[in-house]
Ligand binder design. Structure first.
Ligand code: ATP
Ligand code: ZN
Ligand code: MG
Length: 318
């Protein structure tokens, strides 16, 4: 699938007036997002959550006929599993680890003294066996592999998790903690590619029904460093990742709201996940950024949910 460009994209985005309040300011002013003092770390209002929940249900309805197995993991995952997954090869800069105090009374006194004097107290913290989940599908692969070889029809999972990425930003669409809904398919290359193709269509139809201008584009993950450049180029050249982009912060740099990823046998080899015939399993996932889609709706239809177009309200709450 090549690029579907959308000529109306340019017309439907109200650019922020120079020097006026930004989209993020307006979201704070309307109480839709709540400041915490940290860029990319926000509270959400009831209205914001009502959209997230409606999207979550809509995505469930779109996938209902496929009978995906639902699993929900907490936003932290096993550190050994995370290390084995290879995430640190590609994205060391985005990873978040959980550290805790494991010391004694003297260590405790030292922490309190540090806090009191404004010195760094985190020297006392030690890495635990928990890291923050970087994408909803990461905790799934070891669990799926532990079940043994896939059945002939493969497997399909339905996931949702808060995810952490250390990418603080003033763009409201780039949060450090956000929710990702995913469907993950495991099986033969044909099975997982057919899955990805069907979600490219369904995702596009869903976003059109929500009244959002969009374009599907080939994409790459932001692999770290110089070696990462090559990985990113390969990923693009092989068409392994597509994004569904909606102009939110700007028309020139639209925002990826959905992504469609073919991992080939990367996770299958990493986790020794096999197909029924013994060959290494292939995997693909479709990811929905629940806050990003919500923000796209707020940008295009306005900050007052009650005033959204009837068709959009119907699609969400009808
Ligand atoms: P981008 O290129 O914008 O960084 P991505 O390629 O990192 O996006 P994926 O890794 O494919 O995104 O994640 C799946 C989905 O999760 C994205 O399509 C997006 O909707 C959402 N997402 C990713 N990063 C963030 C973030 N920092 N804040 C909010 N949502 C995000
Ligand atoms: Zn995934
Ligand atoms: Mg990213």
């Amino acid at each position: 699938m090549d690029s579907i460009s959308s000529p109306q994209a340019e017309m439907l985005l109200d650019e922020e007036p120079q020097g006026g309040p930004t989209f993020l300011d307006r979201l704070f002013d309307h109480g839709l997002l709540i400041r915490t003092g940290v860029d990319g770390l926000y509270g959400r209002s009831g209205a914001f959550e009502s959209v997230v929940e409606a999207l979550d249900r809509l995505i469930s309805r779109l996938g209902a006929a496929d009978g995906a197995e639902v699993m929900r993991f907490p936003p932290g995952m096993s550190r050994p599993a995370f290390e084995r997954s290879g995430y640190l090869k590609g994205f060391p800069n985005l990873a978040g680890t959980i550290h805790s105090f494991c010391g004694d009374g003297a260590g405790h006194a030292e922490i309190l003294a540090c806090v009191e004097e404004g010195r760094d107290w985190t020297d006392q913290q030690e890495a635990t066996d928990v890291v923050l989940t970087p994408a909803a599908c990461y905790p799934l692969y070891p669990v799926a592999a532990a079940r043994g070889a896939l059945p002939a029809e493969g497997r399909l999972f339905d996931l949702q998790s808060y995810c952490f990425r250390r990418e603080p930003s003033l763009e409201p669409t780039r949060m450090q903690l956000f929710r990702m809904r995913e469907y993950v398919r495991m099986g033969s290359p044909e099975q997982v590619l057919a899955f990805r193709e069907s979600w490219l269509e369904r995702g596009t139809a869903m976003m059109r029904d929500l009244g959002l201008p969009l374009a599907i584009d080939v994409a790459n993950d932001p692999f770290f460093g110089r070696a990462g450049r090559m990985l990113a180029n390969n990923q693009r050249a092989q068409g392994l990742k597509f994004e569904l982009n909606v102009p939110v912060n700007s028309v020139e740099k639209p925002t990826a709201c959905l992504s469609f990823n073919y991992h080939q046998d990367h996770f299958g080899s990493t986790w020794e996940l096999r197909q029924a015939d013994g060959s290494v399993a292939h995997t693909a996932c479709v990811g929905f950024g629940l806050e990003r889609i919500t923000l796209a709706l707020l940008k295009h239809h306005g900050l007052d949910l009650a005033a959204w177009p009837e068709a959009v309200r119907d699609a969400l709450w009808g």
